[in-house]
Design a protein around this ligand. Structure first.
Ligand code: HXC
Length: 514
């Protein structure tokens, strides 16, 4: 039965042996998909790529496989440079057995991962594969596990980036999932553990591959993909852009571009906060004014939009930014935003990227949905991630800093180096209305005019606490700054923290509430 199937397979493949597969390549061009080698050429600096293992072939002889040898065995591996810096890269070649992973295909990837780790350079995987090479059975599964193991060993030592540029299904998804960034190409890539057919059989639900695991689904619903792109070239451009913010490994400081000091005052920040405390404004406007012009590179843009994260530069030096977004859920923290933020903070901390927090948070999002989905343990992840981070950390409170979220968002108490507040900051246990309703409840109920009593007490509470001066008097805020001077303060503060040394107590590793 099996041998019949593979006889047919072999027939179909007869024109694709050793460098064939032209028909599929043509089809790929029609869909504007690049081939594996075109992808690598586009990704690397021109002429810099050195291929390794070009003559490797699989060792399988089951199902007549010995008659189907393809040089390279479905994956192009090697090293090159991006923006002049060393990188290791593999690109799966869908034209060879659907880019499926054989024992030797896995060995080639492992080889460059080992080299990347030993030489302290990022590793980039361009994934386009039908998964485990079915003809090789457990040898291919073992190959995957060899990859996963190396992904984990390399985690936090060198940046690992995965681009999904075609299928990525079954257990194969776990290698990208372990890496630091997953990029997906819209409409030509998908990732899922079990595909539409299995979903239909088990749950009777009809869903397309795109709906189930396309770029949009993973960028907006699951959060698996941090970046999406319209086509292969955009995706590869994004990788080049991303790498420019990162050091080569955990021992290096972040990359720095030349910077010429200029007038750093930013008057546009003066009117950024609306007159009404409940009116939203776009935190990305604040970010753009604080960082080097045009340097903000957002990550995870379409997921948990109530928290904005991304890389930028301040006076040429890379930083990571975490900002509450008042235009979405009023900037509340919730389950997804906490996970998104925690992961980003931990990445920055792994790779010595200083952190800037822009805070305007009314608290954690209330509701059964949030509680039942673990806002406690997920919120704790963000708290844990900030508390554990030893990189330079600065917070600017632009408006609200309420309740537990005040503590969580890189407060002084959990190790932030500098905490600034704008005069519009409100730092308190909760908003004035809620607070006055609780602490003056009896008085308001027994008043002749309860409404007047309520608003009077609310005003009193707001006057006392809806400002940054109580916190500043305690030293929890280092300075109340004029918004227009924010960039000046940040440039100086980050420069002063350049040689910061902070070590965690000796331990094997912490136990973040996963
Ligand atoms: C061997 C494979 C293959 C595989 C595809 N091919 N997947 N060969 N092992 N896993 C071959 C096909 O036989 C075909 O060869 C060529 O690649 C292109 O495949 P098509 O099916 O013609 O292409 P397309 O229609 O675009 O469909 C792509 C696909 C489909 C959706 C990926 O090929 C598919 O469903 N493949 C099987 C996926 C799968 O179940 N993989 C195992 C998952 S489990 P010819 O000669 O005709 O060109 C897994 C476990 C990992 O991966 C566990 C890790 C822990």
């Amino acid at each position: 039965m099996h041998s019949d199937k593979f006889e047919q397979l072999r027939k179909k493949k007869s024109d694709a042996v050793l460098g064939g597969g032209q028909a599929r390549m043509d089809a790929q061009h029609a869909k504007k998909k690049l081939t594996a080698r075109e992808r690598i050429d586009y990704l690397c600096d021109p002429g810099s790529f050195e291929e390794l293992g070009m003559l490797v072939t699989h060792r399988s002889s089951d199902f007549g496989m010995q008659d189907h040898l393809h040089y390279g065995d479905g994956v192009v591996t090697g090293y090159g440079t991006i923006n002049g810096r060393l990188i290791y890269v593999f690109a799966q070649d869908f034209t060879v057995f659907g880019g499926s992973l054989s024992e030797t295909h896995a060995e080639k990837i492992c080889k460059i991962m080992d080299l990347a780790l030993r030489n302290g350079a990022p590793v980039i995987g361009l994934n386009d594969s039908g998964g485990a090479r079915i003809q090789e059975g457990v040898r291919s599964l073992a190959g995957y596990a060899d990859l996963f193991y190396r992904n984990v060993r390399a985690s936090g030592v060198i940046p690992q980036i995965s681009a999904i540029m075609g299928p990525c299904a079954g257990g194969a998804v776990y290698s990208p999932a372990i890496t630091d960034f997953v990029l997906m190409v819209e409409h030509s890539s998908y990732m899922f553990v079990t595909g539409p057919n299995v979903v239909k059989t088990v749950t009777n639900q009809e869903v397309s591959a795109e709906e189930l695991g396309g770029a949009h689904a993973h960028a907006t619903k699951s959060g698996v993909a941090q970046l999406t792109s319209a086509n292969d070239r955009d995706c590869l451009d994004q990788i080049r852009q991303l790498l420019a913010y990162l050091p080569q490994n955990c021992e290096e400081k972040t990359a720095r571009l030349d910077y010429t000091p200029a007038d750093e005052r930013r008057p546009a920040l003066i009117d950024m906060i609306p007159a009404s405390p409940s009116q939203p404004y776009d935190i990305k406007g604040v970010i753009d004014e604080c960082v080097d012009s045009g340097s903000f590179f957002e990550i995870h843009e379409d997921y948990a939009e109530n928290l904005v994260v991304g890389f930028a530069r301040i006076a040429g030096r890379s930083i990571g930014i975490v900002g509450n977004q008042p235009t979405n859920l009023a900037g509340c923290l919730d389950v997804n935003a906490s996970r998104k933020g925690a992961r980003f903070v931990r990445f920055c901390d792994c790779f010595n990227i200083p952190l800037l927090v822009l805070e305007d948070v009314p608290g954690f999002l209330p509701g059964t949905d949030q509680e039942w989905n673990g806002v406690i343990s997920n919120g704790a992840k963000l708290l844990f991630a900030f508390s554990e981070a030893t990189v330079p950390r600065i917070t600017v409170i632009t408006r609200k800093a309420y309740g537990g979220a005040y503590d969580v968002m890189n407060s002084k108490h959990i190790g932030s180096d500098f905490n600034f507040a704008w005069p519009t900051a409100e730092i308190a246990v909760m908003g004035a209305r809620g607070a006055s309703e609780i602490i003056f409840k009896k008085e308001i109920e027994s008043a002749q005019d309860p409404l007047a009593a309520q608003s009077e007490r609310e005003r009193e509470y707001a006057e006392k606490f809806a400002n940054p001066y109580h916190a500043a008097a305690r030293g929890f805020i280092d300075e109340v700054i004029e918004p227009a001077d924010t960039r000046i303060k940040l440039i100086r503060a980050f420069a002063s923290l350049e040689n910061k040394v902070d070590n965690l107590p000796r331990k094997k590793h912490g136990n973040i509430p996963l």
